[in-house]
Design a protein around this ligand. Structure first.
Ligand code: CO
Length: 132
């Protein structure tokens, strides 16, 4: 198993516009881009913070899991993502260690990366993503 670093932190927002203005113009972070990830029903704005990124997630429709999250919990921290080497092997090792997986196989996420989610019930309440 090789977890390399924090890849990104995902934050759920209702409206990207004012949040992009905050992160870019007030906080002075570099906006790397805005991308739609149809698979997850979100529009994502990515900001560089050193070696990691902060990703603001806005739901594209009421079918988006981010919409459901916002209804239940409001805006805020949504998930933490680790960059790993060998995502299949890492998933298998975590499962052997008793971690409940949401994705048993990696799927395609933002920036063409392969991603998989771990269930927050087995990771201390934090929705955790692996990406490679
Ligand atoms: Co993510």
């Amino acid at each position: 198993m090789s977890i390399r670093k924090i890849s990104h932190i995902g934050i759920a927002v209702r409206d990207l516009g004012p949040q992009v203005a905050l992160y870019r113009d007030v906080m002075g972070l570099e906006l790397l881009g805005v991308e739609e990830v149809a698979d997850q029903g979100v529009r994502v704005a990515m900001f560089r913070v050193g070696e990691s990124t902060v990703e603001l997630l806005e739901p594209l429709s009421e079918a988006s899991p981010i919409h459901a999250f916002l209804e239940k919990r409001g805006e805020g921290l949504h998930h933490l993502a680790y960059e790993v080497e060998g995502i299949e092997g890492t998933l298998a090792a975590l499962e052997r260690g008793g971690v409940r997986l949401i994705d048993r196989q990696p799927r395609l996420g933002a920036h063409g990366k392969r991603i998989a989610f771990l269930h927050p019930r087995s990771t201390g309440g934090v929705l955790t993503e692996l990406c490679e």
